[in-house]
Design a protein around this ligand. Structure first.
Ligand code: ASP
Length: 305
């Protein structure tokens, strides 16, 4: 048994600067991060599986209308909502993902079902929705996902007046020493109908392998796809002799040289974590066994690694 569990979460990294948030808004965002950590922590403290913990943590963030995943997802150019989600278990490299789904209240649950109940890794669109329905997942009408804030943003982005994005994710090392990761997103605002980002692509926006680390990314998905970012971090750790933090930093630097930015959370098989970003802030949280939950949104990553 590993001595301790470690759980790290993020809820996106774009546009997080103090002048955009009142004290109440800041408090509200941080409260949701705490709730997400608490949900994951409950699973881990009880000796539960890392996979269940990351799903529980992500589900809280999907249910929150403030973040770009599940309820509160951004709109496509056509004004619809198309969500992507994924999960991966580091013990056996089992993975499940859904892309371009609508009407599924918790896409991360659909991804978990693909992992447990199908021989496939990635289901998309109506096929994924049908699969989720057959397995009894809760559905929700378009009005459930659409928030007035996202609609305003959508109208502004359509006029080229701004750009915000986000994704939610969680990585953990459980008490049995197994790594797991989960990600869920509405994608980038005003995306083309049918566009799929890095979040449901194993090795790009998410990866987990007990031989190295668990990773969840946020940022401009096209760059994370082109760098195979998450798998690259795992490879640098497993084969390159990099520390987790050095590997994650190297990959974010690789992404910067392509012209992209974003954030990464990761945990390795010794429970060391990396929480880094090249934006001005990132919604983030971390908890270890026996320690208080830590959450933040503004400023540099700080010394939580
Ligand atoms: N990576 C996500 C995507 O490209 C968006 C984000 O993380 O902000 O779909």
């Amino acid at each position: 048994m590993a001595a301790k569990f470690t759980l790290v979460i993020h809820a996106g990294c774009e546009g997080i600067i103090p002048k955009h948030y009142s004290a109440e808004a800041e408090h509200e965002h941080l409260e949701y991060l705490r709730k997400s950590l608490a949900a994951g922590r409950r699973v881990l403290e009880g000796g539960g599986h890392g996979l269940d913990a990351v799903c529980a943590a992500v589900q809280v963030l999907e249910d929150c209308p403030l973040f770009n995943a599940g309820r509160g997802s951004v709109f496509t150019h056509e004004g619809t909502i198309e969500m992507d989600a994924s999960v991966m278990s580091g013990k056996d490299l089992a993975a499940g993902a859904v892309a371009g789904v609508t009407g599924i209240r918790n896409p991360v649950q659909a991804a978990a079902l693909v992992l447990t109940k199908s021989p496939h890794v990635l289901l998309m669109g109506t096929g994924a929705e049908r699969f989720a329905r057959i397995h009894g997942l809760e559905r929700a009408d378009p009005e459930y996902f659409e928030t007035s804030r996202r609609r305003e943003e959508y109208l502004a982005v359509r006029k080229q007046a701004g750009e915000r994005f986000g994704t939610v994710g969680a990585v953990c090392l459980d008490m049995a020493g197994n790594l797991a990761a989960a990600s869920s997103t509405g994608g980038i605002p005003c995306k083309q109908h049918g566009r799929v980002g890095d979040s449901p692509v194993i090795g790009a926006g998410i990866y987990a392998d007990n031989a190295a680390c668990a990773v969840s990314c946020t940022g401009e998905g096209e760059f994370f796809l082109r760098r195979a970012a998450s798998k690259r971090i795992a490879a640098l750790v497993e084969f390159g002799g990099f520390s987790l933090k050095a590997a994650a930093s190297a990959v974010l630097e690789n992404i910067r040289t392509l012209g992209g930015k974003g954030g990464i959370i990761a945990v390795d098989n010794a429970g060391r974590s990396a929480v880094i970003f090249t934006t001005r802030g990132m919604f983030r949280g971390l908890v270890r066994e026996g320690e208080a939950e830590r959450v933040a949104m503004f400023g540099p990553p700080g010394a939580w690694q």
